[in-house]
Design a protein around this ligand. Structure first.
Ligand code: ZLS
Ligand code: CA
Ligand code: ZN
Length: 397
């Protein structure tokens, strides 16, 4: 009977190249790769590294990135530097750089940065393909807005698309779920003509008081992919538009009901979960009001279906809470509970101390940092779920 028992836990792998931390978008830019340092420090301080297989993946190569991205876009991206960039060059603007918002700046080491986070998502997908892992994690990835020839919304290379393309070599159907507060438009667009990938995004949607739509402005409930009935990808996207201030109970109910229905209908053989932490309460760019455990509930729910799972990061603009959330979700994957009191020997412990930084605990109440009234009524949410389930009927027959 030795060795015959079915292993009870999940094999979890953690794919992380620490060189990603040393890149800076610029001091005023909300995207801080340094949040990954904080995340790693929490994961180490809680001893989670002993419960997972750790990998330090190599950067992706030009050839690997070309599986999705255009050659001329990649050659521009690999060569542009802050010194040689010409902001009025039509190529520069047409590839999504600069412009009025400067969401996608050219910074030192840009090519290195994008190759590192992409290599980590590919390494994670590789482990799932080989069945070396049941759950593979890359907190440095999840850059869901990048298009094949366009940088958009802080994203230059779409590591998610590259990872899904690898999973498709071993899987008939891949489900992509996105809980970042922004619409996962780049992943949706990449697979719009495929019935082998279903994309599901939960996000803030609507026009702000300043008259601008919340970025990227797409992802209403009626956007279900191509409308041409001859297109294989028809009906293989589901968008859940949400208003400001959604709370834990509402989000958990919405996520469980809709995600459960999609998994049961589509029956994916692998799942990719983009766990953007900008859907937390108190996020610098976000609008929702979720606590860490409600965010983690989404990971628990997806994990409970027992399919090979690729868990990736994404947005998250209040670094201390990004680190807390991704550390908690790492623990959810390996199946342990963590003490609320943070271990005292963490480097950068100051980042978590003091009332305004969450008082030295892992699970501060983020409702306290609430900046957005809840505009989601129960009635609206019930109508949204009804419409979402209605949309899924396109998958039949
Ligand atoms: O999902 O809202 C926008 C674009 C604009 C262009 C027009 N101007 C006036 C307003 C902004 C429409 N961009 C968003 C992009 C959000 C990307 C989210 C990525 C992800 O989480 C995945 C990683 C946006 N929101 C906030 C900013 N941009 C932004 C805030 C502050 C700054 C500093 C740096 C740069 C310029 C000043 C910037 C962007
Ligand atoms: Ca989303
Ligand atoms: Zn986001």
């Amino acid at each position: 009977q030795y060795g015959l028992e079915k292993p009870r836990g999940y094999n979890v792998s953690f794919h992380y190249n620490p060189h990603v931390e040393y890149h800076h978008f610029g001091s005023s830019h909300p995207m801080k790769p340094w949040r990954l340092t904080l995340t790693k420090q929490l994961v180490l301080a809680y001893g989670l590294e002993y419960t997972m297989d750790l990998y330090e993946p190599r950067p992706a190569t030009m050839d690997e990135l070309q599986v999705f991205h255009d050659r001329d876009y990649l050659s521009f991206l690999s060569q542009v530097t802050p010194q040689n960039a010409k902001p009025d060059d039509p190529a520069y603007l047409s590839f999504g750089f600069g412009g009025e918002s400067n969401d996608c700046p050219v910074f030192d080491g840009l090519w290195n940065y994008v190759s590192i986070y992409s290599g980590a998502s590919m390494s994670a997908a590789h482990n799932l393909n080989n069945k070396q892992s049941d759950i593979a994690i890359n907190w440095s990835g999840g850059l869901h807005h990048a298009k094949k020839n366009l940088a958009s919304g802080f994203c230059y290379i779409n590591d998610i698309v590259l990872a899904i393309q690898l999973l498709l070599t071993q899987n008939q159907r891949v489900l992509y779920i996105d809980i970042d507060v922004h619409h996962g438009d780049g992943v949706e667009a990449a697979f719009e003509s495929s019935d082998r990938v279903f994309t599901l995004s939960y996000h803030k949607f609507g026009i702000d008081r300043n008259g601008y739509p919340f970025f990227p402005g797409t992802g209403n409930i009626n956007e279900m992919g191509p409308t041409d009935p001859a297109n294989r990808g028809k009906g293989h996207s589901l968008n859940i538009p949400i208003d400001d201030g959604i709370d834990d109970e509402q989000y958990k109910w919405l996520f469980k009901t809709v995600t459960g229905a999609v998994i049961e209908k589509y029956n994916p053989t692998a799942i990719v979960l983009q766990s953007g932490a900008d859907s937390l309460g108190g996020d610098r760019l976000g609008r929702f009001n979720l606590n860490i455990k409600a965010h983690g509930f989404c990971v628990e729910t997806v994990k409970s279906y027992g399919r090979p799972l690729l868990l990736i990061g994404g947005g998250g603009y209040t670094p201390r809470n990004v680190a807390r959330t991704w550390c908690h979700e790492t623990a959810v994957c390996v199946g342990t509970e963590l003490h609320n009191e943070l271990p005292s020997h963490i480097p950068y412990i100051q980042a978590f101390q003091g009332a305004e930084n969450g008082g030295g605990i892992l699970y501060p109440d983020l409702h306290n940092t609430k900046r957005h009234d809840n505009l989601n009524t129960q009635d609206n949410l019930h109508k949204l779920v009804t419409q979402a389930l209605e949309n899924l009927r396109y998958l039949e027959g």
